[in-house]
Design a protein around this ligand. Structure first.
Ligand code: ATP
Ligand code: MG
Length: 194
């Protein structure tokens, strides 16, 4: 009957979600292993940042909780960079995924990009739980998880990977956070030599 179909559907959705989480975790482990083995080479290619962000956000919308929105805007006419597509995608995906994960239902998440003076700047912001002050200086450590995040699924791999990719591409990352407001700020050279 209809009620049973609905229950089955709910279970299938939960299983799908879990499989997605496990796949993401496995991929993070494999990426880390590949970096450590020196197998990851930076392959800069021309990328339209606007196209890339729109593409990524379309996928990431599948992770949002009810009422959450992800908004993207790019400032300026210049939008082509020469960076490693895989690494750049990973950085953006990790930051937006965190914004979604560590925000409750109904909150706004924004992704903002711009190119200024030969640098690509990527800013994500959310209205989520924030990062406790005493946790902030550990944030990029491997397996570190915030003291207010323990009930939320995660491994503490994402930001460590982000940091490593940024190191490889000569990029930097910083953030400011308080409860209800977290902003991550990434800066990268616009063009790495091919
Ligand atoms: P995963 O390996 O799946 O990414 P994770 O999300 O726990 O797991 P990181 O992405 O490395 O790991 O983040 C480390 C910790 O930083 C998180 O556990 C969380 O406590 C905190 N954090 C990261 N981004 C945010 C954010 N936007 N708002 C609040 N806390 C955050
Ligand atoms: Mg994460």
């Amino acid at each position: 009957d209809a009620a049973q179909d609905e229950r089955v559907e709910k279970h299938v959705m939960r299983i799908r979600g879990k499989v997605r989480e496990m796949t993401a975790m496995l991929n993070e482990f494999l990426s880390l292993e590949r970096i450590e083995q020196g197998l990851v080479v930076c392959q800069p290619v021309e990328i339209d940042v606007v196209h890339l962000c729109i593409e990524l956000i379309e996928e990431l919308r599948a992770l949002t909780k009810s009422g959450q929105t992800i908004n993207f805007d790019h400032l300026g006419d210049e939008r082509v960079v020469t960076l490693d597509r895989q690494m750049l995608s990973n950085v953006i995906t990790n930051l937006v995924t965190n914004a979604v994960k560590y925000s409750p239902e109904g909150k706004r998440i924004t992704l903002h990009t711009t190119i200024v003076n030969g640098h690509l700047r990527i800013i994500t912001s959310d209205e989520g739980i924030g990062i406790p002050a005493e946790d902030q200086h550990h944030l990029f450590e491997l397996f570190f998880r915030g003291s207010n995040a323990t009930t939320i699924q995660g491994t503490g791999l994402g930001l460590n990977l982000v940091k490593r990719y940024l190191d490889i591409m000569n990029g930097t990352i910083d953030f400011t956070s308080r409860p209800g407001h977290t902003v991550f700020n990434v800066e990268l050279p616009q063009n790495l030599s091919t």
